[in-house]
Design a binder for this molecule. Structure first.
Ligand SMILES: Nc1nc2c(ncn2[C@@H]2O[C@H](COP(=O)(O)OP(=O)(O)OP(=O)(O)O)[C@@H](O)[C@H]2O)c(=O)[nH]1
Length: 306
């Protein structure tokens, strides 16, 4: 009597290490869409301003099971300490801009310097190695609204020596996957998963307040169309029951718009990293970045306060 042969497992059974990724960038560049596309394969076209959230997701990359914790940040922070805390929390970073929004592109450099400033340390594996960061130019499908050329993105990537992806989260699932996979690969290369590379993870009060969602189990099994409201359903009570007016005052509320100029609320961060060497991108990009990455966007936005 013959028995069926056991199925061969292609996925490694070695204990998976959690990878903490932070998705950064200005408001409305597509951070949530990118994150949700990666973990659900779906593109969410339209939804209300979302809550800041940590998505827990398990993916198989190159036959390895990888546990992701992805922090989808607010495009607009209440103060610089909060964004610093979130950057300190992460292992790898996707800094997103929209090719239709020049100001969001200008913001990339500032965020990259802040990440390097907060994470560059001789204790990192590989000595002087910088933390894994990818620059993501999103919404490339909106060709007629384009304000940032592919060349601009490539030049910035060369100047900062960081990988660059120009993608359409709307049109492609593979492109968002490539973004997150490349961060995983870079962390792998830097020895993040090697024995002894565990860093002691202290979680601040701020990070504890950010709701967490087990994305892989809930989103795949429910089988209903995804909208912002369906995400909200997954937020554990009492957070999921808050009305929009109540959520505005929460520290993890994503940015909302009001009538205070962006520069007054967002551009203080880089002043905290004045000593970091900055490449002369005015020559390498062929086009100066106004104010060294300072916001020039004509519209106004800030985070609503009580
Ligand atoms: N055409 C197009 N629209 C996109 C793409 N990615 C996101 N969007 C749209 O851009 C808008 C903003 O997307 P979000 O994912 O909410 O952007 P966000 O960066 O998370 O914004 P905040 O929550 O304000 O920080 C939504 O209407 C999305 O549907 C894309 O690749 N192409």
């Amino acid at each position: 009597m013959s028995f069926p042969r056991p199925l061969r497992r292609s996925v490694s059974l070695s204990p998976a290490r959690t990878l903490r990724l932070v998705v950064l960038g200005q408001s409305a560049v597509g951070k949530t869409a990118l994150t949700v596309r990666f973990i659900t394969r779906r593109f969410i076209g339209d939804y209300d301003p979302t809550l800041e959230m940590i998505y827990r997701h398990v993916a198989v990359i190159d036959g390895e099971m990888v546990h992701f914790e992805i922090l989808d940040t607010a495009g607009q922070e209440e103060d610089s300490l909060q964004i610093e805390e979130k950057i300190k929390w992460g292992d790898g970073f996707a800094v997103v801009y929209s090719v239709t929004d020049r100001c969001s592109f200008d913001e990339v450099m500032r965020l990259c310097f802040l990440i390097n400033h907060l994470h560059a340390s001789p204790k990192r594996s590989g000595g002087a190695e910088q933390p894994p960061v990818v620059i993501v130019g999103n919404k490339k499908d909106l060709q007629f609204d384009r304000m940032v050329s592919t060349e601009d993105g490539e030049n910035l990537s060369k100047a900062l020596k960081l990988p660059f992806y120009e993608i359409s989260t709307r049109d492609s699932y593979e492109e968002p996957v490539a973004v997150f996979s490349s961060l995983y690969q870079e962390l792998l290369r830097q020895g993040h998963f090697s024995p002894g590379s565990f860093k002691r993870r202290t979680v601040s009060k701020l990070m504890e307040k950010i709701p967490k969602m087990q994305a892989s189990s809930t989103l795949n099994s429910v089988g209903r169309s995804l909208s912002f409201n369906s995400f909200r359903d997954y937020i554990p009570e009492p957070l999921g029951l808050l009305s929009s007016s109540e959520t505005v005052n929460k520290p993890w509320k994503k940015g909302s718009r009001c009538s205070i100029p962006a520069e007054s609320t967002t551009c203080s961060l880089l002043s905290k990293v004045p000593s970091h060497p900055r490449p002369d991108i005015s020559t390498s990009l062929g086009q100066p970045i106004p104010g060294g990455g300072k916001s020039t966007r004509p519209d106004f936005r800030c985070t609503l306060s009580p």
